[in-house]
Design a protein around this ligand. Structure first.
Ligand SMILES: Nc1nc2c(c(=O)[nH]1)N[C@H]1C(S)=C(S)[C@@H](COP(=O)(O)O)O[C@H]1N2
Ligand SMILES: [Mo]
Length: 330
């Protein structure tokens, strides 16, 4: 399990994305935030963000993000190491072993890239990656990612709220759900030879979930563009749902009236429901969901962590599910 650096990544150079002054300016801001009034929480936040940035791995093009306006976007937990985040992956288009994506995703070409916006919107069309990178200011958001398999990580993502994009394309009154279709190209993705899932990989959210400010369109992590194995050049991150709701390498976003059939529902409807909210009280049919193992804390003495309702984001997202029976709509 190690990163291959020898395959040609064709990522943007930093100057394509954010003027150097803005990047440098953020460092100054961070220093000030940590030293002037502003309280313990702010300086703690700055400490974490500065950590994430000072340990910028220097492997891919820089993609810095500024402090997120979404308060809950910052957890106080220590980010998982870049090495673990980029070598222990689920990306079935490159194989089903955790080490397959890091080993094989070098064949993914994240540029040029376009995303097609379709369905119930007033402004459908094709958006180029460069336009998407400039659409809204990049923010750093440290979110927990909890996989349905029972492990978790803490990842310093870079991106902006999906709502920024949704507002600009103006959904019609008929748009009730948003479907995310990800790349399925046999030439780039050896895992497509397997029929473990139906390709392309499809995920979907209710429109109000998609509009929630915590729902992130991510373009980077640890201050750099996304490594291929983490879903370059752009992916979804829905922090209160199991990891599989966060589709990688998105090529199509469709606004629809009826609830879409998603890949995991099609593969195993009794195990993976549409909502897939992290919920310690609803077990997977084959295992408990009450606890989780934090990647990087393995070993004999590692304690299991209790899994939190909505992955710890209950205060922010609980209202979206008021009145729903979450045992039935799991
Ligand atoms: N296109 C695509 N997206 C995907 C997957 C996948 O197999 N294909 N796996 C999902 C699952 S199960 C998880 S847990 C997360 C893992 O993201 P990470 O590898 O960046 O930690 O990606 C999700 N997005
Ligand atoms: Mo997962």
């Amino acid at each position: 399990m190690h990163l291959r650096k020898d395959r040609g990544h064709v990522h943007p150079v930093p100057s394509d994305i954010t003027p150097r002054a803005a990047y440098e300016g953020r460092r100054v801001w961070l220093r000030q935030a940590a030293t002037t009034a502003g309280g313990v929480a702010l300086s703690m936040w700055a400490g974490i963000a500065a950590n994430a940035q000072s340990s910028r791995p220097g492997k891919l093009a820089a993609l810095p993000g500024t402090r997120s306006a979404v308060a809950a976007a910052v957890t106080m937990e220590k980010p998982t190491s870049y090495q673990d985040i980029t070598s222990y992956n689920n990306y079935y288009e490159f194989g089903t072993d955790k080490s397959d994506p890091a080993r094989l995703a070098g064949s993914l070409k994240p540029r040029p890239w376009t995303v097609s916006i379709e369905g119930e919107v007033k402004r459908p069309g094709t958006m180029d990656l460069d336009a998407l990178l400039k659409l809204a200011p990049m923010e750093e958001r440290v979110y927990r990612l909890r996989c349905v398999e029972g492990w978790s990580m803490v990842i310093p993502w870079v991106g902006y709220s999906l709502a920024e994009l949704i507002r600009r394309v103006e959904p019609t009154g008929n748009a009730k759900f948003v479907e995310f279709v990800t790349l399925a190209d046999r030439g780039q993705m050896p895992g497509l030879r397997s029929s473990v899932l139906e390709w392309p990989y499809i995920e979907a959210l209710r429109l109000d979930e998609a509009l929630h400010p915590l729902t992130l369109l991510a373009f980077g992590l640890y201050g750099e563009v996304l490594p291929n194995q983490n879903g370059a050049p752009l992916r979804l991150v829905v922090p209160w749902k199991y990891g599989f709701k966060s589709g990688k390498s998105i090529v199509r976003i469709r606004f629809v009236e009826k609830q879409p059939r998603t890949s995991w529902e099609l593969a195993a409807p009794s195990e993976y429901g549409f909502y897939s909210n992290v919920n310690p009280k609803v077990d997977h049919p084959r295992w408990s969901q009450a606890t989780e193992r934090r990647i990087g804390e393995d070993g004999l003495l590692a304690r299991k962590r209790p899994t939190l309702m909505f992955n710890g984001y209950e205060a922010q997202v609980g209202a979206l599910y008021a009145g729903m029976d979450l045992q039935r709509q799991f």
